[in-house]
Design a protein around this ligand. Structure first.
Ligand code: HEC
Ligand code: HEC
Ligand code: HEC
Ligand code: HEC
Ligand code: HEC
Length: 331
């Protein structure tokens, strides 16, 4: 008993010694690495400030359609150079986080040429910037704060539901829906120092690879019956998406024995027409769905060639369109 007590007394003494040594070590360390005062908070006033400290994000954003939203010639033409002021609301918006989810965003008066800028998505009404990161470096100069709405569909919905893209996403097949829009439009990238970031290029219909990721052609040949079609297997909303002027055209031509292939036949148009057009049927291809038809092959047919063209406006010629995909089907 007494032996045991004296032993534990020794252990206590040893612990005390270790503590004293550790404390001394810490104060030496503290002298070497004097804690730096946190960098001064910036007063968030312009997206130009953000771009100086976040050059990687800035480069992606500058090449994106968010960065181009005010200067875009297509938008200027349709809005009569923004004489139609209604168009400013989403093309040169105030910070969306100053509005409740579902509330209409309003136009801003300063630096309109920056379009949908850093402040539009990140600026907090109380100062500082919003991030979905649960553990941001809180004392960084821009004072990031965790705001879960940043990575929520409501964030995008502030501007992206006027043609129902968000509503379509909500009813898309679960395997395509992902967490939300960011799943496909903001894939992870790596920033300097190995920090994980999210791509601000917002690739979509202006990028041929994204278009190809949206759809897949298929076909089969049996006797003289040839079935062909297209499936929206990669967009969690209608294809083509949202913007009313978009059109995708399905075309085909037969290859006959001993002949050059004939002219392309226009077969079907996927599109949501403008209010003032004659036929207002929406023929866009919903997420996860297919369009297909069966043709009877002419006797000398040795192949059916079909293709899907994408047009950013419905009057674009076939030559100017993007060939999303084409297929040569043989018996
Ligand atoms: C003086 C430099 C500086 C300026 C100006 C600045 N930031 Fe930052 N920002 C930083 C640093 C440093 C971090 C911390 C990065 C890290 O965690 O490694 C940061 C972090 C962030 C984060 C959080 C990243 C994450 O995933 O945790 C966001 C979002 C952000 N900044 C956006 C902005 C925006 C928007 C602006 C313009 C209003 C801006 N910043 C201006 C330096 C700056
Ligand atoms: C403040 C308004 C606003 C918010 C918020 C917003 N966008 Fe946009 N977005 C726009 C506008 C305006 C355009 C079209 C710009 C142009 O082409 O002139 C656009 C274009 C796009 C495009 C099309 C790019 C292309 O090449 O066709 C994608 C994809 C996109 N946004 C995704 C998102 C996602 C995802 C979110 C949510 C994280 C989001 N946006 C939040 C206004 C906004
Ligand atoms: C499963 C992947 C996926 C998800 C999730 C997704 N998209 Fe897309 N999106 C695509 C693909 C692929 C395209 C290109 C084909 C097209 O234009 O339809 C696209 C195109 C777009 C465009 C370009 C429209 C145009 O006419 O230029 C916008 C805007 C857009 N998406 C917004 C959104 C928004 C907002 C959400 C969330 C509600 C979302 N997307 C969710 C895959 C996705
Ligand atoms: C259309 C909305 C939108 C615009 C415009 C936008 N961001 Fe973001 N940003 C987001 C979303 C959404 C995320 C991902 C969720 C999160 O981390 O908060 C993000 C993440 C970030 C991050 C952390 C992840 C990373 O990639 O490093 C930084 C830093 C950032 N943004 C800075 C900026 C700067 C600087 C600008 C202007 C050049 C800008 N953002 C423009 C929506 C936007
Ligand atoms: C409620 C928000 C909102 C308002 C208001 C708005 N837009 Fe847009 N606009 C968008 C979004 C989001 C896109 C991205 C493409 C999409 O959604 O398909 C876009 C895309 C466009 C494009 C396609 C640009 C390209 O290069 O592909 C044109 C053109 C356009 N808008 C013109 C206008 C005009 C003209 C007005 C005013 C009558 C207007 N917009 C008002 C949100 C808005």
């Amino acid at each position: 008993m007494s032996e045991g007590r004296s032993q534990s007394g020794m252990i206590r003494a040893a612990n005390l010694l270790a503590l004293v040594l550790a404390a001394g070590g810490i104060s030496v360390l503290a002298m070497v690495f004097k804690p730096q005062p946190p960098p001064e908070a910036i007063e968030v006033a312009s997206s130009q400030q953000c771009m100086e400290c976040h050059p990687g994000v800035a480069a992606e954003w500058q090449a994106s359609h968010h960065g181009f939203a005010f200067e875009n010639p297509e938008v200027r033409k349709l809005s009569q150079d923004f004489r139609n002021e209604e168009c400013l609301a989403c093309h040169a918006p105030r910070p969306v986080l100053a509005f409740a989810p579902g509330e209409r965003v309003l136009a801003r008066n300063s630096e309109r040429k920056l379009g949908v800028d850093c402040l539009a998505c990140h600026a907090l009404p109380s100062g500082g910037v919003a991030t979905a990161n649960p553990n941001p470096r809180k004392n960084a100069p821009c004072r990031p704060q965790t705001v879960t709405r940043m990575a929520d569909v409501n964030h995008c919905a502030a501007c992206h539901n006027q043609h129902k893209t968000v509503d379509q996403w909500k009813t898309s097949p679960p395997e395509l829906r992902g967490q939300n829009c960011l799943h496909c439009h903001m894939p992870p990238v790596f920033r300097g120092g190995g920090r994980r970031g999210f791509d601000h290029s917002f690739n979509a219909s202006h990028d041929p690879d994204s278009l190809r990721a949206a759809v897949r052609l298929f076909g089969s040949w049996s006797g003289d019956q040839v079935e062909y079609g297209v499936e929206n297997y990669g967009a969690a909303h209608n294809f083509p998406t949202d913007e009313r002027s978009r059109a995708a055209d399905m075309q085909y031509r037969w290859h006959l024995v001993g002949e050059e292939p004939g002219a392309w036949q226009q077969r079907y148009r996927f599109r949501d027409p403008y209010r003032d057009e004659v036929d207002l049927t929406n023929t866009q291809l919903p997420s996860g769905e297919s369009w297909k038809e069966t043709l009877t092959a002419p006797p000398q047919a040795e192949a059916l060639e079909f293709r899907l063209l994408y047009k950013t406006n419905p009057y674009m010629t076939d030559e100017d369109a993007v060939v999303v995909e084409s297929m040569l089907l043989k018996p």
